[in-house]
Structure formats: structure tokens, C-alpha cells
Design a protein around this ligand. Structure first.
Ligand SMILES: Cc1cc2nc3c(=O)[nH]c(=O)nc-3n(C[C@H](O)[C@H](O)[C@H](O)COP(=O)(O)OP(=O)(O)OC[C@H]3O[C@@H](n4cnc5c(N)ncnc54)[C@H](O)[C@@H]3O)c2cc1C
Length: 300
């Protein structure tokens, strides 16, 4: 690839020469069109059905000296429903953003009364209590996300020189795990490292995409494994991998331990937010606690 064509609204298209084109458009439609139109074929895809919809609003909360949390995450109980909540303060303001999520066609209404009623049905009452007397700023908006997916560009037999998809163009993960921006940042760091390593070659751009795609699993392995938690929802049309039953037991034990021990809750969150690798769970003391918890909590 040696150029991109830019078409801005209201002006004629222009062609920009480029040694290297990074497709960060989030959908990879242009990369796929180029690959197919130039005989490279299309990458294989893995996907995990999610079917999540969430409705978000910005609220000004009343002063409450008893509120002792900084961020709220109400996780669903997959056996009961997929309803969950996430609430963050908006930087530099007195406002908070709350998203209420549902799966399998379930979604929080976009009128305030219905939204409040939906919040009341969550596993715990913290989100409802936070907004029951709050002021909504603006409108409630809804977003739908059908599936997490990963395009396996790394499995392609050949890949064009001078082109590289990145971030969501390669892999989009259920936004309720809050990982996409960290993944994008980590891939940018990986790209810079790979580029430095290849810079001594006569034609680094020839090797750049294959070398980057080869090492992508070091970035995507953990988040994709977090995304696999959506296999827990039995109504979704997912074929569960054989090892999923063991993974479910592991996750249940970890969640129980996290509920009892703040240090483990912190560790679990740090792994989920990609601050630490999932290998921390294999450290001997931690692995032993987890094995005990799996034995204690698993149904016989
Ligand atoms: C509702 C929602 C909530 C999320 N919450 C979180 C979160 O809490 N934490 C987190 O880490 N991640 C979150 N994510 C994921 C995160 O937003 C994405 O993973 C991240 O933005 C991906 O970055 P990107 O640059 O690949 O794509 P994007 O941020 O999608 O950027 C792609 C850009 O390319 C532009 N574009 C597309 N096509 C063309 C074209 N043909 N020509 C020119 N420009 C084009 C688009 O307009 C867009 O500006 C959330 C995502 C969603 C949808």
C-alpha cells in the first residue's frame, strides 16, 4: 500500500502518498476492502455473542456524606439476569455518569422514571440509592453491542507491505469490561517497540505488520480471556470452549475470594483493567488459595 484517498465532506477527494498506513478506523472496513480487492482474502474471525444494550445518563448527585465509594460497579448474576451498572465521576465536575446494562433484548428505558425503576431491580441497591434524588443532566441515551470479535490478521498467509490495522480494527471487546482504550494504548506501545527493533533492516516496513501481528497475543491474550466471561450467559448463541467449565469455577472462586478480601478484589480489578497480567493468579500462594476456594465453592 502506498497511498490513501481522502474525501472530505463538500470537497473533492485527494490522494495522499504514504509509506505506511495505520487503519485505526475501528471497523477495518477499508483494510478489508483493500485486502479483498487485491487478492489477499479476508482474515478469519472469532466472536463471542454479547447482545448487550446499555443506557447512560449524566447526573448531579445530592451531597451525601455517607457515600464512601469512588466508582460503582454492580455486576450481574448470570443465573438471574444480565442487569448491571457502572458509575463514574466525570472529571472536573460535580457530575457522575451512570450506565445501566442488560442482555438478551433487555435494556434500561430512556425515560427517567423507567430508568430509575430498572436501577431498582439491580443485584444491589447502591446505584438506585445514588440517583433516586439526583438531577439528570441532558438525555438518557442507549447503545447496543452485539458481539465481541477478533480478526485474525496474524493467521493470513501474506499481508501487504505498508498497511497495519490497529486497536478496534483488530479486536472489539464488550465495552462493559472497559478495556478497549487500554488495548489501543498497549498496541501503540507494541508498534513502537517493533518498529525500533526492525529499524536496522534495509526495509523495516516489509517486516513491520507481520512482526506486530505475530506478537499481538501478548496484548490481546488477557483481554480476550476476560471477554470470554460472556460465555457464562447460557441464552447467548455461543459455542463454549471445552475448558470453559473449569474457567467458570475459577471465576466463581475468584469472585468469592474478592468479596471477602479487599487485596484480592484489588488484584482482580488490576488484571481486568490490564494493569497486571493474569499470570499473577498462578503465583504459588495465590494459586493455592484459589484451588482451596474452587474446592470449597464448587458444587459436588
Ligand atoms: C459505549 C462504549 C463504551 C466504552 N467504554 C470504554 C471504557 O470505559 N474503557 C475503555 O477502555 N474502552 C471503552 N470502550 C472501548 C473504546 O472506546 C474503544 O476500544 C477505543 O475507542 C478504540 O479506539 P480506536 O482508535 O480503535 O477506534 P475509535 O475510538 O472507534 O476511533 C475510530 C475513529 O475512526 C473514524 N473513522 C471511521 N471510519 C473512518 C473513515 N472511513 N475515514 C476517516 N475516519 C474514520 C471514526 O469516526 C472514529 O473517530 C467503549 C466503547 C463503547 C462503544
Amino acid at each position: 500500500m502506498s497511498a490513501v484517498r481522502i474525501a472530505k465532506h463538500g470537497s473533492t477527494a485527494e490522494t495522499l502518498q504514504a509509506d505506511f498506513v495505520v487503519d485505526a478506523t475501528g471497523r477495518a472496513a477499508l483494510t478489508k476492502e483493500f485486502l479483498q480487492g487485491n487478492g489477499y482474502g479476508l482474515p478469519e474471525e472469532s466472536s463471542i455473542a454479547v447482545d448487550i444494550r446499555y443506557t447512560c445518563g449524566v447526573f448531579r448527585l445530592p451531597v451525601d456524606d455517607t457515600r464512601n465509594w469512588k466508582v460503582l460497579m454492580t455486576r450481574p448474576d448470570p443465573k438471574v439476569s444480565g442487569r448491571r451498572a457502572i458509575m463514574f465521576p466525570v472529571e472536573g465536575s460535580q457530575q457522575w455518569i451512570l450506565g445501566l446494562g442488560g442482555v438478551n433484548g433487555d435494556s434500561a428505558p430512556t425515560d427517567l422514571e423507567g430508568f430509575l425503576e430498572y436501577a431498582r431491580t439491580l443485584r444491589t441497591s447502591t446505584a438506585f440509592n445514588a440517583i433516586r434524588n439526583a438531577d439528570l443532566n441532558g438525555e438518557l441515551t442507549r447503545f447496543a453491542f452485539p458481539k465481541s470479535f477478533r480478526r485474525h490478521f496474524e493467521r493470513m498467509m501474506k499481508f501487504p507491505r505498508g498497511l497495519l490495522p490497529i486497536a478496534d480494527s483488530i479486536c472489539r471487546i464488550n465495552p462493559s469490561f472497559g478495556q478497549g482504550m487500554s488495548v489501543a494504548a498497549k498496541e501503540a506501545v507494541l508498534l513502537s517497540e517493533v518498529f525500533d527493533e526492525l529499524s536496522h533492516l534495509p526495509d523495516p516496513l516489509l517486516e513491520l505488520a507481520p512482526a506486530f501481528l505475530d506478537r499481538l497475543d501478548t496484548v490481546l491474550g488477557d483481554p480476550w480471556s476476560v471477554a470470554a466471561q460472556d460465555y457464562a450467559y447460557e441464552h447467548l448463541a455461543n459455542e463454549r470452549p471445552p475448558e470453559f467449565a473449569a474457567k467458570l469455577k475459577f471465576q466463581a472462586a475468584l469472585t468469592r475470594l474478592a468479596a471477602e478480601d479487599p487485596a484480592i478484589h484489588r488484584l482482580m480489578t488490576e488484571v481486568a483493567q490490564l494493569l497486571k497480567p493474569s499470570s499473577v493468579f498462578r503465583a504459588p500462594a495465590m494459586a493455592e488459595r484459589l484451588s482451596q476456594a474452587i474446592r470449597a465453592y464448587s458444587p459436588r
